[in-house]
Every structure is written in C-alpha cells, then in structure tokens.
Design a protein around this ligand. Structure first.
Ligand code: COA
Length: 256
C-alpha cells in the first residue's frame, strides 16, 4: 500500500523545489517522511543539485499543523529563506525554506562515509558520550554528558566548523562516531567496538585531502591528552607534528 509520496521540480540548474512531500496521517511518526526526504535529497545530489527548497505556510499564519511541518524541515537542516506574502494569496503567506546539499555527505568508500550532523541526530551521540573509554580519552572526565551538554558541544562545533558523523554501511548507514573539520581543531571519536580497525586513519587521511581542496594550508589540533597514546599515534601517522605541550596535553599541527 502506498504510504506517502514526494515530488521534485527542477527550478534551476542548481535547485530542486520539493513540490510536495506527504505521508498518510495514519502513518505519521514512523520515520517515513524522513526516509522519503533522505531519498529525495540523495536523488538531488546525484543530479548535481546544490540546493533543495520547499515552500510551506509561514509562521504569520496560526495553523498548528504547519508549525509541525516547519519544525520537521528545520530539524532536517532547512533554513528560513524568505516569506512571500502574496505568492499564494494574502491569507496564506508562503515561507520558502532552503537547504544546501553540498558536501552534506562525503563518500569515502561504498561502506564508509561522513554525513553532516543535523539537530535531530544529537540524541544518537548520547551513548558515545556515556561510554567510559570515550569520556576518559577524549574529554578527561568520567560523568556522562547530558543531552544539554551534547547539544551545546555540537552547536559549537557546527557553528563555524563542519561536524560529521562517521557512518559505516551494515545493511543501513550506521553512525559509529563523530569528527569535525576546521582549521583550529579536528576532534574525532569512534565508538569502542570500531576502534583500532583503521577507520580513524582512513577518515583523517580523507579529510586532510578534502581540506586541501578547500584551500586550507594547515590544520591545528585543540590538544590531545598526554595519556591518549592511541589518539597521538593516529594523528602522528597522518603527519601531525607536536608544536608544544603543557602538563595535560600535546598540541599538534599539520601543514597541508
Ligand atoms: C583515537 C581514535 C579516534 C582513533 O581511531 P581508530 O579508528 O581507533 O584508529 P586506527 O584504527 O586508524 O589506528 C590508528 C593508529 O592508532 C593506534 N591505535 C588506535 N587505536 C588502537 C587500539 N584500540 N589498539 C591499538 N592501537 C590503536 C595504532 O597505533 C594505529 O596505528 P597502526 O594502524 O599503525 O597500528 C579512536 O581510537 C577513539 O575514538 N578513541 C577514543 C576517543 C579519543 O581518544 N578521541 C580522540 C580525541 S583527540
């Protein structure tokens, strides 16, 4: 039985407008809309589109259902672009939302990829930041992170930098850690079951090549704890060199 549908309209060489996305009311809340949207965005990327736009009722209208719709798109990374007060008619102010599809997924291989983190992903990280190995080596603490702390950390990392989930394909794309790319930091966390298998090295090597294509000339690390031998080995293997150390951390950088 068909449960939903999506239709895309090519509005320019670089954009698809999501003309309509709908799921049967009886099947709301089961992730079907998210999957449809994910497939639509994947298709758009395949067609080399840079953006996806969607038009919905603006917040000037009091309809509560559309508040949910706007929240859904916001959670998926869509931003408010412009309100067109009369495009539909005066009683139905139209909000155009937009998402950049560019680089939100970096394919490393058929089974490994980086996917830019969205707000709705934050809860996935709770189990990583409750794990004693990760907390100790990455954060030098023992108490689990609360959802609030994860939100603050991820908002900070996504604000100026690119924050990705590391995902492997095991019948679905499974997030196994996070990594950030910026000129001033490059923290990475891989959940313990997947550590020591070479994944961290592949991810770093890929991101360093990618950073070169973005025109970066060097990357500094925000500091690795002295006792974190695995992490020090991982970054050293990629050519990072110690620039200085204090009583807690070693600071490294790499010229690209
Ligand atoms: C540090 C971390 C990101 C490295 O990722 P990874 O996928 O485990 O690293 P790799 O498997 O590519 O290993 C790279 C090198 O690190 C060392 N290493 C990493 N993990 C190791 C492990 N569990 N056992 C032995 N050696 C390990 C090895 O020297 C390896 O070099 P080799 O391939 O020549 O043997 C990951 O182990 C991790 O998330 N650790 C906990 C959190 C953390 O410390 N984050 C870094 C904060 S700066």
């Amino acid at each position: 039985m068909p449960l939903g549908f999506v239709a895309l309209e090519e509005t320019s060489m670089v954009n698809y407008d999501m003309h309509v996305l709908g799921v049967l009311k009886s099947h709301h809340g089961q992730g079907i809309g998210s999957k449809l949207l994910e497939q639509a965005e994947k298709y758009a990327r395949k067609k080399s589109k840079k953006y996806m736009t969607v038009k919905t009722l603006s917040a000037d209208h009091s309809d509560l259902n559309y508040r949910k719709t706007r929240r859904f798109y916001e959670q998926k990374g869509y931003e408010h672009l412009e309100v067109f007060k009369t495009l539909w008619d005066e009683n139905n102010p139209c909000l155009m939302m937009i998402k950049s599809l560019h680089h939100s997924i970096l394919e490393i291989s058929d089974t490994l990829r980086l996917r830019q983190v969205e707000k709705s992903d934050y809860k996935t990280a709770v189990k990583w930041y409750s794990n004693e190995n990760i907390l100790w080596y990455s954060e030098n603490r023992k108490e689990s992170y609360s959802m609030d702390e994860i939100t603050k950390m991820y908002e900070f990392l996504s604000k100026n930098d690119a924050l990705y989930f590391i995902e492997i394909f095991e019948s679905y794309w499974k997030p196994i850690g996070d990594v950030t790319l910026s000129r001033d930091r490059m923290p990475m966390v891989i959940c313990p079951e997947y550590q020591g298998k070479g994944i961290g090295s592949i991810v770093l090597s890929f991101l360093l090549d990618y950073a070169r294509t973005l025109g970066y000339d060097r990357i500094k690390l925000s500091g690795i704890y002295l006792y974190n031998h695995n992490s020090l080995a991982t970054y050293k293997k990629q050519g990072f060199i110690e620039t200085y150390r204090d009583e807690q951390k070693i600071y490294m950088e790499k010229l690209l």
